[in-house]
Design a protein around this ligand. Structure first.
Ligand code: SF4
Length: 402
């Protein structure tokens, strides 16, 4: 009797090693990938109203010879009506108004390109910054919520070999206002009825959820990202009045910064982009793992849960024959369960099919087995949506190019 072929999920599976295709990982003298944690010292964008807290705005307008209450009026225009247009600020004295607005609201993001998919429910923006650097944000309408994926850096210094952004290196940190303005501009687009292809909708009318999963490693730009989160959650008119719970700050595992985040009293959602449960693979897949290992990152994530009570998300991009093995799902479950129950949620992310590349999507049944292994071990798991993949707007695909 001929031997029966085993189903693909139980057949021995090959191990594909993460190799950057057409790109060389720069190595340091210590034999580890050369990562860039600090922003290069380059010219910073002009100060913008959104860089300042409400108190600082009051001080700023007084400095410009105006009464302090003008700061609130200006804040209302920007954070509630999403405008930085002097013509629309008719409650301000006409005399000197455009000069004042020009001084407080310098143009930070200029739209270069807009790509739309999902019948207009997903828009990817390409922005040019004051110094010519390019960044992207992706706006997505779902039933009952609107999410914006924001960039925190121009480029990224973490060199993940699968990520187009990482391969371009780090240009610089974004300023607080450059981050906040991505949200304000998105709200302006929504208010103009441009999200959802002009279809009438009774859904939300502004961005309610933020994910820091665009360009850059948010925790490598810690101070500015935190200030931006404050602007997002501060009640109007000081800020956008969003819920901190709806803001997801992700990291590839900068452990000291995770600890710092734990000590903030901001109940944001914390996401660890793990992508591999074993150091051998993760050292190559997420080079920052050569600084802080899987167990250290998981310990820090668990501490985040302990101190904040907020359940941690583990992001796991499923890559065919690289990290999608059943034994890895089991190892991940074991490592998570070893740190207690009910503290974590895993989001496997199906990668986009890329024929001919080693960075391609797992087979459907392999994906399913990965999810089922986690579920069978009591780990809440949700296969994530890959919205925006037609326009290269999914995470790890953002490489700004005109
Ligand atoms: S995956 Fe994230 S951390 Fe890694 S290089 Fe890309 S943007 Fe940076």
């Amino acid at each position: 009797m001929p031997a029966q072929a085993l189903p693909s999920t139980t057949a021995p599976r090959p191990q594909v090693r993460p190799t950057p295709e057409g790109w060389v990982q720069p190595m340091g003298p210590d034999g580890r990938p050369m990562l860039r944690f600090a922003s290069p010292r380059v010219k910073q964008p002009p100060q913008h109203f959104a860089d300042l807290s409400l108190e600082e705005r009051q001080a700023k307008v007084s400095e410009l010879g105006l009464p302090g209450f003008r700061a609130k009026q200006l804040s209302k225009h920007y954070f509630e009506h999403y405008t930085a247009d002097a013509e629309r600020m008719t409650d301000l004295p006409k005399d000197g108004r455009s000069e004042l607005v020009g001084e407080l609201f310098p143009t930070l993001l200029t739209e270069v390109k807009r790509l739309s998919t999902d019948r207009g429910d997903t828009i990817k923006f390409l922005w040019r910054l004051f110094d010519g650097a390019l960044v992207e944000s992706v706006l997505m309408r779902y039933p009952g919520r609107i999410t914006l994926c924001v960039s925190s850096q121009a480029g990224c210094g973490m060199n993940c070999p699968f990520c187009a952004t990482g391969q371009a290196g780090l240009t610089r940190n974004l300023s607080t206002a450059e981050i906040v303005d991505q949200v304000v501009q998105a709200n302006r687009v929504i208010a103009a009825g441009e999200l959802g292809g002009g279809r009438g909708t009774d859904g939300p009318t502004r961005v309610g959820n933020i994910v820091f999963m665009g360009m850059g490693e948010p925790l490598a730009n810690y101070k500015r990202v935190m200030a931006a989160v404050h602007r997002m959650v501060d009640p109007a008119p000081a800020g956008l009045g969003m819920s901190a719970r709806n803001i997801t700050v992700s990291t590839v595992g900068l452990v000291p910064a995770i600890r710092k985040l734990t000590d903030e009293s901001l109940p944001v959602t914390f996401a660890l982009s793990l992508h591999a449960p074993d150091d051998e693979l993760r050292d190559e897949l997420i080079p920052v793992n050569t600084r802080w290992k899987v167990d250290e990152a998981l310990d820090a994530a668990r501490e985040y849960f302990e101190k904040t009570g907020r359940r941690v998300s583990i992001e796991y991009a499923l890559i065919k024959d690289m990290n999608d093995h059943a034994w890895r799902a089991q190892l991940l479950a074991d490592k998570l369960n070893a740190r207690g129950r009910g503290w974590v949620h895993v989001n496997p992310i199906p990668l986009n099919p890329t024929p001919g590349s080693i960075w391609t999507s797992s087979e459907r049944e392999v994906e399913q087995q990965f999810v089922e292994t986690l579920l069978a071990n009591g780990i809440p798991t949700t296969l994530r949506d890959t919205r925006g993949k037609e326009i290269d707007g999914a995470c790890g695909q953002l490489a700004a190019a005109e």
